[in-house]
Design a protein around this ligand. Structure first.
Ligand code: ATR
Length: 281
């Protein structure tokens, strides 16, 4: 669609940026809703990230998403931060305010929760502990989301235990750190298992996670979406667990930014999933 002189400009910064599916997601919605706007991938070297973010109001950009490796830089540069980004320590969405100030938020946590609630509506957050594999930025987003939802206990399991302990000290008493070697037995009585590690992703090592101790009623969520059905999800599905793939989180985390920049609250539907799935092939 052609742009007028009033076109709203948003985009995403990262280094590299060519792997990002965000332009496809936002491009799909811009077309669907007939909006006079565009969403541009910006390849921004780490040396230039601070200047690039500070320049947004100067060149009239409505806002940006922020991806690897700039999420912590963005956290430090913005003028105001939402509660999720404060808790997680990273900003993935910036909205330029009418006075030129930069509002930073983290939509990974609400995106994860929204996708989980849509995909597993019977999951009761308050009923049982959750287990999270990993202790990086995605694990922090998952912890924040699950605590907000009212999960009573979260067991954090990470290869590097000190990172899990550090995360636990940030998030408080509901977090328990479990040794990586004890991950299989940690599943007893839990209602949700979330993999936030890169294990099981195409090109990475497999995730070895025996599920024998996992209740059949538990939901298994893998934030990896290449492949869409990881070995973890295939194993869980085969034994009767409800499974949730990582693609929905990618789609749901994009909605708040689109709404703030372009003024339309977009829907995450099968047509959008298909656009991304076709691209992943
Ligand atoms: P993200 O921001 O997506 O969470 P990250 O911060 O790089 O990414 O975190 C990657 C996670 O995958 C970490 O928890 C990492 O464990 P370590 O803290 O021990 O590095 C985990 N991970 C990556 N490769 C792993 C492997 N081979 N075995 C176990 N865990 C692994």
């Amino acid at each position: 669609m052609s742009l007028s002189g009033n076109a709203i400009v948003a985009g995403i910064i990262g280094w590299p940026i060519n792997h990002s599916r965000s332009p496809l997601i936002h491009g799909h919605w811009l077309q669907k809703y007939g909006i006079d706007g565009t969403y541009v991938p910006f390849a921004v070297h780490p040396d230039n990230a601070v200047d690039a973010i500070r320049s947004l109001p100067k060149i009239g950009i409505a806002g940006i998403n922020v991806t690897v490796p700039h999420k912590v830089t963005a956290f430090n540069v913005v003028d105001v931060r939402d509660a999720a980004s404060e808790a997680i320590g990273a900003v993935n969405t910036i909205v330029v305010q009418s006075d030129g100030s930069l509002h930073g938020s983290n939509t990974d946590a609400p995106g994860l929760l929204a996708h989980l609630q849509v995909s597993a509506p019977d999951w009761n957050p308050k009923a049982a502990p959750a287990v999270i594999l990993g202790a990086g930025g995605s694990a922090r987003a998952a912890v924040h989301a699950l605590l907000e939802a009212g999960v009573p206990e979260i067991r954090i399991i990470n290869r590097t235990k000190s990172k899990a302990e550090n995360l636990a000290s940030n998030f408080g008493e509901h977090i328990k750190v479990v040794n990586w070697s004890d991950r299989a037995s940690s599943l007893a009585e839990c209602g949700l298992l979330v993999n936030t590690t890169s294990l099981g992703m195409k090109g990475q090592q497999p995730l070895e996670m025996p599920l024998d101790d996992l209740p059949k009623t538990a939901v298994v969520y893998d934030i990896v979406y290449v492949p869409l059905e990881t070995n973890l999800l295939a194993t869980a599905r085969a034994r009767g667990n409800k499974v949730v793939d990582g693609l929905g989180m990618l789609l749901h985390q994009a909605t708040p930014g689109f709404h703030a920049w372009f003024g339309v609250n977009p829907t995450v539907d099968e047509a959008l999933r298909k656009v991304i799935l076709d691209d992943l092939k």
